[in-house]
Write a protein that binds this ligand. Structure first.
Ligand code: FE2
Length: 208
């Protein structure tokens, strides 16, 4: 089970946004969310449907398809999954600080919460081109920050994603144009949901 509602390729239902479309303002505008969700996210699911409807792949859970597919189908499936995960990584009233076990693990593996935030910002701002910045747990439980290109995500490397920041231009261009660092700072300072990250860490522990 996932810690969030994922889109379904059995019913071709796009997972709903976990909040109202203007809920992230002023940091991420309602128009950005509208286009990002309705055009980009939904567009990936529709293209995936065109690619695999009626084939055995369409009987899988989305995450199973992400783990088992390659090429064009992987790109589409992963982009659907990544966006499901991204929306849930953000919350207008998200926990501003990690607590409990997650906080302890962050301090163990990064030295401090501030250093974890600094590395997340560095990964998101320094990533060349389209992609994603992630906080994830290794198989041995250690936490790490990484960036992935295009549709790639940490699932393929056996990692458990804890939260993500979309750094494709469509995530921020309407709000801040080319100033990705302003979007990244706003997400890290105001929107990341550390309770969601904690739930994902708990899930990683169950698998380990
Ligand atoms: Fe996106």
């Amino acid at each position: 089970m996932t810690s969030f509602e994922a889109s379904s390729i059995r019913t071709w239902r796009l997972a709903p946004l976990p909040w109202e479309r203007d809920a992230l303002e002023p940091h991420v505008g309602a128009r950005t969310v509208e286009l990002h969700y309705e055009k980009h996210h939904r567009g990936y699911l529709e293209k995936l449907r065109e690619a695999i409807e009626g084939k055995p792949d369409a009987q899988l859970d989305l995450e199973e398809l992400v783990r088992s597919s390659h090429g064009h189908v992987f790109d589409l499936a992963a982009q659907v999954w990544n966006h499901d995960f991204y929306w849930n990584s953000l919350a207008p009233d998200g926990a501003r600080q990690p607590e409990g076990e997650l906080r302890a693990r962050i301090e163990r593996d990064f030295g401090s919460f501030d250093e974890c935030r600094r590395r997340l910002a560095e990964a998101a701002n320094g990533h060349f081109g389209s992609g994603w910045a992630w906080l994830a747990a290794e198989l041995d439980g250690r936490l790490r920050v990484l960036a992935t290109h295009d549709a790639a995500n940490p699932l393929g490397g056996g990692l458990t994603p804890l939260l993500t920041i979309d750094v494709w231009e469509h995530a921020y261009y309407l709000d801040v144009q080319n100033e990705r660092d302003r979007y990244v700072a706003a997400v890290i300072d105001h929107l990341l949901d550390w309770e969601f990250a904690a739930r994902n860490l708990g899930r990683a522990g169950q698998r380990g």
